[in-house]
Design a protein around this ligand. Sequence first.
Ligand code: SER
Length: 602
Amino acid sequence: MKAKELKQKYLQFFKNKGHQIIPSAPLIPENDPTVLFTTAGMHPLVPFLVGQPHALGSRLTSAQKCLRTGDIDEVGDRTHNTFFIMLGNWSLGDYFKKEAIEMSFEFLTEVIKLPISHLAVTCFNGDEDAPKDEFSAQTWMDLGISKERIAFLAKEDNWWGPAGVTGPCGPDTEMFYWTGKSIPPQKYDPEDKRWVEIWNDVFMEYYKNDEGKYIPLKQKNVDTGLGVERVTAILQGLDDSYRTELFWPIIEKIEKLVGLTYGEKSDSECIQEGKQCWVDTRKKFRIIADHLRASVFILGDERGAVPSNVDQGYILRRFIRRVVRHLRTLGLAMEKIDLVPLAKFIIEMYQEDFVSLKEKREFILGELEKEQEKFKRTLEKGLNQFSKLAEAGKEINGTDAFLLFQSYGFPIEMTEELAEEKGLHVDMLSFQKEYEKHQELSRVGAEKKFKGGLSDASEATTKLHTTTHLLNEALKKVLKSDIRQRGSNITAERLRFDFNFDRKLTSDEIKAIEEEVNKAISESLDVVREEMPLQKALDSGAKGEFGAKYPEKVSVYTVGKDYSKEICMGPHVKNTSELGHFKILKEESSSAGIRRIKAVLE
Ligand code: SER
């Protein structure tokens, strides 16, 4: 079965079970300052998992684009990817453990027909925060999974979330498939890597607060995630997801380009024959294919980023530059390195399912070309510089690593990788110091974001959400009526709002906008939420973000009688009198024809 069929079957199965299909949210989350990328299907659903009603009801399903940088060092093996597609189904306070497990089982054994003889599961073993999950284990046994194929594990293995420091979370039950060539053993052994995890049903009934306490949520939710790349490989009887149609055509292109083969044999066969170098070459193929696919999806996202030294742009830069370097280490001459034809090919492979890739084709190719050319100019010199340093000593100190970063464009992770290949160490602490001396806290900030919590529905962010609607309206009144939102980002401290306008605002205009927002605040306008079909919302004059994709049924927030009407997921305050005093901190250019405002409530 191909990945496409797996996806269709999954969504259809859950649709038949009363779930509404929601479109994939962008890879770059909106209004979530604490993470750089969407890392799971549940991510865009956090407000609804903590109690906000969803316009499409309490049963949802999706195929979500995800990106995880936590596993970046694993990429190169046969199962890990940075970018991947996650199929998921959600119960927002609707069904719970029994039905979730029964549906997973039915899908696995009846729809995609995996033999029960090859399945095993794990359940939560219980601790001081939550009891042992006997119920899930019993449900699996009632379905025919033998006791020996069920393992009870601790929190490290059988608990999911929160995605950041705080947020919804809970015990989970994970499903494994035997990928070994031999007959599956009777007893499941969590240590045996031939058992590959394929699906995770999370029972989100807790909220981890900022004191680290697990508080029972008002509603008991289900959040599941099935990795398309892995399951596709299993369905095709392959033990390497790069051999599926999701990657193989890219691998073949790389083979042609570099004049080397990926090889017929599996990794373990090669190692048995002592062909470690062959495996190393294959690892590079995989890194190139994975990172280039991820780069195409970041650039081609609805909220796409460009290469830079901060946030998503930095991750993108790292991916692209790593691809360039690995093509070179596979022996490709510098002048022959060109990611554009490979990227064109990836766009063609995926554009039917992800239309933004098609719409942003020229942009993706243009940015890739710019970034690769920029790096190609300094790579050779940088590598010479590195060789000199490597010859000289055992450690790359902070000043040298910073020189490679600043003058030759080597992301620090690349220097670390180069050093590791030579058995050397990089003094990261002194690099950090050097970096902070020279740069704004950019990358360090980005790293922190990975560790931060998910956006919550805190009071401060809720207020700023509503303020954003007022600002959108005020801009139309003061500047011109065809202003459209081009982006929004809210932290507990400030709002950031991008809109189309082609020049700098005057101080009088800024003052007038502030006055307009503060007037709406002082008028104590009610904020009302209604659910309606998308078309009806648009017909009623509700505004949406330019270029954003909405599901068929949406929430519309109206402020005052008709002051502002926007399609939005919320959350919002009940009345504008709750907001406080509005102040614009900064007005600047964001990109050509787009201005950016940063503002606060005092
Ligand atoms: N959030 C869970 C995971 O990522 C289930 O989707 O595994």
